[in-house]
Design a protein around this ligand. Structure first.
Ligand code: PEP
Ligand code: MN
Length: 346
C-alpha cells in the first residue's frame, strides 16, 4: 500500500502514520517527493486492514501498489532517483561513468588506469578484487590486497571505487574499502547477499542475472531496498540467448522498460554485454542515446595482457575517444555526463 500524505502534512503526522504501519506488522518506507511525502507500507498485507489508514491524520489517500516490487516501483516514487557517491552521480538527467579494469592486478596497473579514466572524464573507478570466475583455475582476484590498492587509487584521484562483493560474510570487509558494492550477475538471486548489502550503508550496483527476466531483476533490487538501503543502481550487462556473435546479448530496450517501471538509475555495461572491445564504443554511445543513467566500461593499460576479460577491454585512447562521443550524444538527448566536482545531488 502507498499512504499518500497531504501536501501540508506535519512531521508528527508522518511519524504517527509510520508507527501505525509498523503496528500492522508492515515495514514503513518514507519517501520525500518534491510535492508531498508518501509512506510505502510493505510486507504481508493479507491479515491487515491497510485501507483503514486512510482515516489517519494528514493522510490524503491510500493506494495499492500493483507491481510485484514495491519500493522499487514508479507507482510509489514518480521522480527519478539519483545515486550520488563523492564526485560520482547517476540518474535524474545525469549520466555517471564507471571505468577501469576487470580485475585489480597490481599497483602500477590500477594507478595508471585510475589516472587515465579520470583524465578521460570518468568519475568512478571499477576493479574486481574478488572475481567470480567460471573456472576455479582462473585468476580469482587479489582479494583484500586488491581492495587496498583500490582505496589507494581513490586517495590519489578522488574517484569513487566500485568493486564486487561475492558473499554476505565479506560485505563488511569490502564496504571498508569500497564506495559502491557491485553484486555480480551470478549473484543476482543470492537473496542473503542482497539482504546483507541492503543493511549496509554503501550504494549498490546490482547486475542483472544473464537468465533473469527484468521483473525478477526488479524483485532482486527490492530485497536491497526493503532492508533500508535506497541507493541502488540497476545494471544491464547482457543476457544469455541463442546468439553467439556476442558473448551475451545486450538489450537496450531494458533502459526504456526500467525507466517506465522504476525510479532507480539504469547503468549499461557494454563490455560484458558484447564481449568484444571493438563493439564497446558504439554500444556505449547507443546506451547514452537510449537514456541510460550511466555506463560501466572495462579499461586496461594493455588489454592483451589482462588477467581477465582483456578481449572486451578498451585501452586508454579508445576509452578517451568513446567518452568524447558519449558527451556529444548526451548533449543531443538533453542529458549530461557527470563531471568531477560538478555533480551536485538532485
Ligand atoms: C565484472 O564486472 O567483471 C563481472 C564479473 O561482471 P558480471 O557479474 O556482469 O559478469
Ligand atoms: Mn569482467
Amino acid at each position: 500500500m502507498i499512504v499518500v500524505m497531504e501536501k501540508d502534512a506535519t512531521d508528527e503526522q508522518i511519524q504517527h502514520m509510520v508507527e501505525r504501519v509498523q503496528e500492522m506488522g508492515l515495514k514503513a518506507h518514507v519517501i520525500q517527493g518534491t510535492e508531498r511525502t508518501v509512506i510505502a507500507a510493505v510486507g504481508d498485507e493479507r491479515a491487515t486492514k491497510a485501507e483503514a489508514l486512510e482515516s489517519g491524520p494528514g493522510v490524503s489517500k491510500v493506494l495499492p501498489i500493483l507491481a510485484p516490487y514495491k519500493v522499487a516501483s514508479r507507482e510509489l516514487k514518480p521522480e527519478p532517483t539519483q545515486v550520488q557517491v563523492g564526485g560520482f552521480a547517476a540518474g535524474a538527467g545525469v549520466v555517471g561513468v564507471i571505468a577501469g579494469p576487470c580485475s585489480v592486478e597490481s599497483e602500477e596497473q590500477i594507478m595508471a588506469s585510475a589516472e587515465a579514466v579520470k583524465r578521460a572524464g570518468a568519475t568512478a573507478l571499477r576493479g574486481g578484487a574478488f572475481k567470480p570466475r567460471t573456472s576455479p583455475y582462473s585468476f580469482q582476484g587479489m582479494k583484500e590486497d586488491g581492495l587496498k590498492l583500490l582505496a589507494q587509487a581513490r586517495e590519489a584521484t578522488g574517484l569513487a571505487v566500485v568493486t564486487e562483493v561475492m558473499s554476505s560474510e565479506e560485505v563488511d570487509l569490502v564496504a571498508r574499502y569500497a564506495d559502491v558494492l557491485q553484486i555480480g550477475a551470478r549473484n543476482m538471486q543470492n537473496y542473503r547477499l542482497l539482504e546483507a548489502v541492503g543493511k549496509c550503508h554503501r550504494a549498490v550496483l546490482l547486475k542483472r542475472g544473464p537468465s533473469a527476466t527484468v521483473d525478477e531483476f526488479l524483485l532482486a533490487a527490492e530485497y536491497i531496498l526493503n532492508e533500508g538501503n535506497p541507493n541502488v543502481m540497476l545494471c544491464e550487462r547482457g543476457i544469455r540467448t541463442f546468439e553467439n556473435h556476442t558473448r551475451f546479448t545486450l538489450p537496450l530496450a531494458t533502459v526504456t522498460y526500467l525507466h517506465k517501471k522504476t525510479h532507480l538509475p539504469v547503468i549499461i555495461d557494454p563490455s560484458h554485454g558484447t564481449g568484444h572491445a571493438y563493439m564497446v564504443p558504439d554500444m556505449a554511445v547507443a546506451a547514452v542515446a537510449a537514456g541510460a543513467d550511466g555506463l560501466i566500461i572495462e579499461v586496461h593499460p594493455d588489454p592483451e595482457t589482462a588477467a581477465s576479460d582483456g578481449y572486451q577491454s578498451l585501452n586508454f585512447e579508445q576509452f578517451a575517444a568513446t567518452m568524447q562521443r558519449c558527451r556529444r550524444v548526451a548533449e543531443a538527448v538533453d542529458r549530461r555526463i557527470c563531471a568531477m566536482d560538478a555533480c551536485a545531488p538532485a
